[in-house]
Design a protein around this ligand. Structure first.
Ligand SMILES: [Zn+2]
Length: 829
């Protein structure tokens, strides 16, 4: 799955297989009462193939299914099934008794070998998971989204990644509709006035990768060798997929060479779905996207364009890493996601050399994940998951960003070429099958001759990350490691094997810090720097340096690293507020995007926590940056100008008024400035009707999102309330409601109304985002901001109103809230 783009907004941002029998885990026969039945445990069974015939009644939003499962089972068969009405189960000439219990279908078949036939029916709800209706204009498409555990909402199956099988799908639909699935259409025939579409059999694959889309689609097409690359979208939209199609083509070319294995399917669809919970989903040969992650038009900002390229390249990496070779169980989800994340940036770096994509890797992946990993309530990269709601909640920054950062650290350790050969070895060995992290480390060990398995096991298995402190003692470097905790607490038990890189007197040095403390001797020690280029997943704190100085010309990445650590040290009580402000002021004239953007992000976060106490510094920094950007015309500067302007507009009324006056000619505003202009207009002019009107008139999802963010930015809380009411009335896409709410929560003027609104709407939000994991991520990011000044009330609320599917995020959010409150108290005293 692609990163959840909605919640990144605060910072602007899956050769035809041979049929073969593999031993797999089938669900346990007796489901447990907690509905966690079918997942981790069970008995060994064989499933070979699903032959599914679906009669879809598009207007009635329902379907009837006839399913044949070719399998062998030594005892009664247990299948995963949610929300389906089973009418008959038979096989080998017999009709079987069956029982629907919780989320499973139990078939009293006894020992069975052959084709089990199940007749059933189901409905198509307004949801964001399983099979659902995705409305647009006055109509809709029917689409599916199954990862991690929602294929069971379309067909009874063994819904586990290790249970790979072939799928042969046939759908009967209204004649004017189109259908898209993983493989090309094999045949179309007419039957009783309806169209019967049969798709080619899929390769052997996991259930979560199955896709079905039905509606009126328009397509654009390119070719790569014999592969058809297509963008499919609702009316008039597909033409905005040209850029994504180009990136897809370049990505496939890159991966076929990097992995040394051809793509394999005859076609690949990129499908724009009008309602979609994540950024994208890697269904094999039929990748789905939310529209803002696929389409680029003349009004798209550079940030959107980069986001589209990042998500397309990520999803296409999954076609090998995830789809061809799949994790055995969801505890290794990170392997899919981390790897696809790392590979996506490799493609971007090769395809768009001017984009500084590894810089974006630091801000999007390393930075976000390290922030989350600074809490006690983080989790090890390799997660312990049993139920579907456990799984949904681990699609987070740790699984994507920390995992990718650790893989990058290991690539630096093995060398780029050995890393690639190890990966090729692994994919070749496990294709059309399943594997674990250990299988990958073993492949990397074999090729590189280095002890990757030992280092990785510790980094993957332990929650948190270290801070390495540096002291000079009689000319010797003393390095100490300790787990970094944002709470400022000390936890000395955990020790990591840290591959340390440093510059000593201008020369590169490496060592493995494998214990709590190590002393290193260097002749004539004069200058020093740890973790240059930030390839290591640890923080650095310089303590007593004596006469030794830091390397005189730290790079943009190094400057970014120091700024990035500074706010963590500030919040953890390792740096005073006065020292922090003095440190930040050294960056007023920072010319490089990476560190300047980090300072801007920090000031925006601090503004959400401290409000007016930080306004002067924020105004001074953003004004100074705006002046520096004045004559710059490159894409990155244009993007930065937009970000800086939006932030200045929230802390400077005069600037907001001047900027907001451009809203009269909004159509002509350059794309990267549109968000800022809309925010300035909302702040200075407070005209809800005008923005809401533009929102309802706009056909671009990107534009709608900008306007939503501006409607959350009003200075007048009543107006923010009015915006939030639009979500209640269903006038905002389900996928986008969370963006509005999160933006409102970050607006210091609207905290009270946002908190009140969330309390009253929790059950509606739970229904809207059921099965998606969205609320866990949402609470994690909102609680720390909204809860300032009412910690006890927020804690009490969540202990009295349990949201089990978001518990991890709530716990992490509450922990961060306590840190922020303590910090705010110390500053505002
Ligand atoms: Zn992914």
């Amino acid at each position: 799955m692609g990163a959840n783009i909605g919640l990144i907004l605060g910072s602007y941002e899956r050769d035809r297989a041979k049929t073969c029998h593999t031993k797999i885990f089938l669900g346990s026969v007796e489901p447990r009462k907690d509905n966690k039945s079918m997942l981790a445990e069970g008995m060994v069974r064989d499933v070979e193939r699903y032959d599914l015939f679906l009669d879809v009644f598009f207007k009635d939003l329902r379907f009837e299914g006839k399913l044949f499962i070719t399998l062998e089972s030594k005892e009664d068969i247990a299948l995963d099934s949610v929300g389906l009405r089973i009418s008959n189960v038979s096989g080998n000439g017999k009709t079987f008794d069956f029982e629907e219990k919780g989320d499973s279908l139990l078939v009293r078949s006894g020992h069975f070998k052959g084709r089990l036939e199940i007749q059933y029916s189901g409905s198509i709800p307004d949801a964001l998971a399983g099979i659902y209706r995705a409305p647009y204009d006055e109509t809709y498409v029917v689409t599916t989204d199954f990862e991690p555990a929602n294929a069971r909402r379309l067909l009874p199956c063994v819904d586990q990644p290790a249970c790979k099988a072939e799928f042969k799908l046939t759908v009967r639909i209204d004649r004017e509709l189109d259908a898209i699935s993983n493989t090309p259409i094999e045949s179309v025939r007419m039957e009783n006035g309806k169209k019967v579409v049969t798709f080619q059999v899929t390769p052997k694959m996991s259930t979560y990768l199955l896709y079905l889309g039905i509606g009126r689609f328009e397509e654009i097409k390119q070719k790569l060798g014999n592969i058809d690359l297509l963008v499919a979208g609702t009316s008039g939209k597909a033409r905005n997929g040209e850029f994504a199609l180009d990136v897809a083509k370049k990505s496939l070319e890159f991966y076929q060479i990097y992995f040394g294995i051809p793509f394999g399917l005859p076609k690949l669809h990129l499908i724009g779905v009008p309602e979609f919970s994540a950024g994208a989903m890697e269904n094999w040969g039929a990748v789905t996207f939310r529209e803002t992650a696929l389409y680029v038009d003349q009004n798209s900002s550079f940030g959107t364009k980069k986001g589209v390229a990042r998500i397309v390249s990520h999803e296409l990496a999954h076609q090998w890493f995830g789809n061809l070779v799949t994790m055995k169980w969801w505890n290794d989800l990170w392997l899919n996601e981390s790897f696809a994340t790392l590979m996506g940036y490799k493609v971007l770096d090769a395809t768009f050399p001017t984009w500084n994509s590894w810089h974006d890797f630091l801000t999007n992946e390393t930075s976000l994940s390290m922030n989350m990993d600074s809490l006690m309530n983080t989790h090890a990269i390799e997660a312990n998951v049993k139920s579907p709601s456990d799984i949904q909640q681990i699609f987070d920054a740790i699984t994507y960003g920390k995992g990718a950062s650790i893989l990058r650290m290991i690539e630096a350790y093995t060398g780029v070429e050995d890393f690639r050969k190890g990966v090729q070895n692994y994919l070749e060995r496990y294709k059309f099958s399943n594997a674990t992290g250990i299988d990958l480390w073993n492949s990397l060990d074999e090729i590189s001759g280095r002890d990757v398995a030992r280092i990785m096991t510790e980094w993957i298995g332990k929650p948190g990350h270290p801070v390495v402190s540096v002291t000079i003692d009689q000319g010797r470097i003393v390095l100490r490691q300790e787990r970094f905790l944002l709470s400022g607490d000390h936890e000395k038990k955990t020790i990591w094997p840290i591959p340390i890189t440093m510059k000593v007197n201008g020369q590169s040095r490496r060592l493995l810090l494998d214990k709590e403390e190590e002393t290193v001797n260097f002749e004539n020690l004069k200058s020093l720097q740890l973790n240059p280029d930030r390839t290591g997943f640890y923080r650095v704190q310089y303590e007593e340096l004596g006469d030794v100085v830091l390397e005189s010309e730290p790079s943009a990445v190094d400057r970014w690293g120091m700024v990035f650590d500074a706010i963590a040290f500030l919040l953890a009580g390792k740096m005073s507020f006065a020292d922090y402000l003095e440190f930040i002021k050294r960056y007023l004239k920072e010319q490089d995007y990476l560190p300047a953007r980090e300072v801007s992000d920090q000031l925006a976060s601090l503004y959400s926590i401290l409000g007016s106490r930080i306004i002067d510094v924020s105004r001074q920094f953003h004004k100074s940056q705006l002046e520096l950007l004045e004559d710059k015309v490159d894409e990155t500067s244009a993007m930065m100008r937009g970000i800086v302007s939006a932030r200045l507009a929230t802390v400077d009324e005069d600037f907001a008024a001047k900027l907001g006056s451009r809203f009269a000619n909004y159509g002509e505003v350059e794309p990267d400035m549109k968000q800022a202009v809309a925010i300035g207009y909302a702040r200075a002019y407070g005209n809800f009707e005008n923005i809401a009107k533009k929102y309802s008139e706009s056909t671009s999802n990107e534009e709608k999102v900008r306007l939503l963010v501006s409607m959350a930015s009003f200075e007048e809380p009543k107006l923010v309330s009015q915006s939030l009411e639009l979500a209640e009335k269903g006038e905002i896409k389900r996928q986008d409601q969370i963006i509005l709410i999160e933006a409102a929560a970050r607006n210091p003027d609207a905290k009270d109304v946002s908190w009140r609104w969330i309390k009253f709407n929790v059950s509606r939000l739970r229904e809207t985002y059921e099965g998606t994991g969205t609320l866990s991520r949402f609470f994690q990011s909102c609680i720390p901001i909204l809860g300032i000044g009412r910690v006890e009330e927020v804690e009490r609320y969540f202990s009295e109103n349990r949201v089990p599917e978001a518990e991890n995020g709530i716990r992490a959010g509450l922990e961060r809230l306590r840190v922020y409150q303590k910090f705010a108290n110390s500053v505002l005293l």
